[in-house]
Design a protein around this ligand. Structure first.
Ligand code: GKR
Ligand code: MG
Length: 426
């Protein structure tokens, strides 16, 4: 049994920790980092991807980190919510949701979920750093040693418009170039599964690309994601050529009704990060059996706690779970890894754009994949810390390049002036 002075000092420490867990300040720094000319159904990636770095500082001086979208509308909403956070405990996720809800003029429901998600991750990190616990332990405990990620292939131009030089990956528009891209990515990171961003070229060319990948990597689970770029009619016509070729077909066509019509006609599991992206989409999506896999994303589902809730719903309904990605740096990757490491029913390797990014904002440089997987970063919280010089440099990019929102269509028009965004395109 402990002596009285032990108990006193323990309760004093606990009291100090609980006081320290209150939020003193929330800082949001917009950044822009280099991004290659990757193609998707909406156009081409701009030379810089926009992002925000969130710092939640506690009264005890601990700083928790988050990373999220960097478009102007999200930054405005983040600023409004951040200003109301001081005084909340970093454990009070419901309090954060309440604050966001009371500021409905700071954004619509879906922006609010993005804003809550951004600040919430930094709260988990501050909680973990204050109490010496890893975020995956706070989320329920680690259930897997490492988190597997997929090679995320993109068709791409050789370089950005107006820039003479090719980037390190060069042009990727043919099946042969696609296989080279996959080889480079797999040799560098050891990925097992391969995802192809589709909906760009004629479907025949993209299926030729998939067949070339199958021939070069006979054991790799393959996926294609046309981002709703195919009509229902086109998708139904392509099914026989995709059966036996892909582990899942992600958002071939738009909307719950059309996805359900496709799923009813095929054994290929359909997956989505487009038609079920909010709690209100779950009842109709599940009732209509529109998909068999949901790609969660803590950035738009409202944070890590909300993503764990989504995972539970998927487990109950027998729906597979994968993870979606946008261009991002190491704080997001660390958060995705903690979330996936503590999610029992992750059924597919997670997406990540990370290998496309050369910049970094965390100390120690890029996180390293081994055999296509990441270990949970060591240390309390997310296990990563901010490189302040890098933050200043990336913030300087943001203030200097001049665009406040992502615009893939205009970027594409610099390469092909007559190109117009259309969905479905085929
Ligand atoms: O970064 O070009 C891209 C992707 O198309 C991204 O915007 C999508 O959100 O990767 C994403 C997806 O799976 O749909
Ligand atoms: Mg997708």
């Amino acid at each position: 049994m402990s002596r009285a002075w032990d108990r006193t000092s323990t309760s004093t420490t606990l009291r100090t920790i609980l006081t320290d867990l209150r939020i003193a300040d929330v800082r949001v720094t917009p950044i822009a980092f280099a991004d290659p000319p990757l193609l998707n159904n909406s156009g081409c990636h701009q030379p810089y991807a926009l992002r925000s770095i969130i710092e939640v500082e506690t009264e005890g001086g601990i700083v928790g980190l988050g990373e999220s979208y960097g478009s102007k509308s999200i930054l405005d909403g983040l600023a409004a919510v951040a200003a109301q956070c001081p005084g909340l405990r970093v454990t009070d996720i419901n309090g954060l949701r309440r604050v966001a809800h009371s500021l409905r003029n700071a954004g619509d429901e879906s922006s609010m979920r993005r804003i809550v998600g951004a600040i919430e991750v930094a709260m988990w990190d501050a909680h973990g750093k204050t109490t010496g616990q890893r975020v995956c332990d706070l989320l329920g405990g680690q259930v897997r040693e490492t988190v597997p990620f997929a090679a995320y292939l993109f068709y791409k131009f050789a370089g950005h418009a107006g820039v003479g030089a090719e980037d390190a990956w060069g042009e990727v528009l043919s099946p042969e170039q696609l296989v080279d891209e996959a080889r480079g990515m797999i040799e560098a990171h050891g990925f097992r599964a391969i995802k192809l961003k589709g909906g760009i070229l004629e479907p025949d060319s993209e299926i030729a690309g998939l067949n070339a990948l199958r021939a070069a990597f006979p054991d790799a689970p393959l996926r294609i994601d046309p981002n709703g770029g195919w009509s229902l009619h086109t998708t139904l016509g392509l099914l026989p050529r995709l059966e036996g070729l892909v582990e899942y077909l992600e958002d071939p066509t738009l909307g719950i009704d059309a996805m359900a019509a496709v799923q009813a006609k095929t054994d290929i599991p359909l997956a989505t990060n487009m038609c079920i992206v909010a709690p209100e989409h779950l009842p109709p999506g599940l009732a209509q059996r529109a998909v068999r896999v949901i790609l969660s994303d803590h950035h738009f589902w409202g944070g890590l706690a909300a993503s764990r809730e989504l995972a539970r719903i998927c487990a109950i309904w027998g729906i597979g779970l994968s993870m979606h990605s946008n261009s991002h740096l190491g704080i997001s990757l660390a958060a995705m890894t903690h979330l996936a490491a503590s999610t029992p029913n992750l059924t597919h390797d997670c997406d990540t754009h990370y290998p496309w990014q050369t910049d970094e904002v965390i100390e120690g440089g890029k996180l390293i994949f081994h055999n296509g997987a990441l270990s949970v970063p060591e240390g309390p919280g997310l296990g990563v810390s901010l490189d302040r010089q890098a933050l200043a440099r990336l913030h300087h990019n943001y203030t200097n390049h001049g665009y406040g929102t992502r615009d893939d269509e205009s970027e594409m028009q610099k390469h092909q002036p007559n190109w117009r965004f259309e969905r479905p395109r085929y």
